[in-house]
Design a protein. Structure first.
Length: 74
């Protein structure tokens, strides 16, 4: 029981750290695969870049939601 009391003050920080892992990996995959796609199909650079930025924005929104939710539930 004592350990839970010590950790409870930092649950928001721990939750955000865990919530940032997924979007961080997602952003890496999005841009890594986007660069590969542009290297394979240079004529579609504008379409690929648009899709990369859209995917980045949606993935980053998840990180922001993960940042806000622990503070809303206090």
């Amino acid at each position: 029981m004592g350990t839970l009391a010590e950790v409870s003050g930092n649950l928001g920080s721990i939750a955000y750290g865990l919530a940032a892992i997924g979007p961080g990996i997602g952003v890496g995959i999005i841009f890594g695969q986007g660069v590969q796609a542009i290297a394979r199909q240079p004529e579609l650079t504008n379409v690929i870049r648009t899709n990369m930025l859209l995917g980045f924005a949606l993935t980053e929104a998840l990180a922001l939601i993960g940042f806000v939710v622990p503070f809303v539930h206090q």
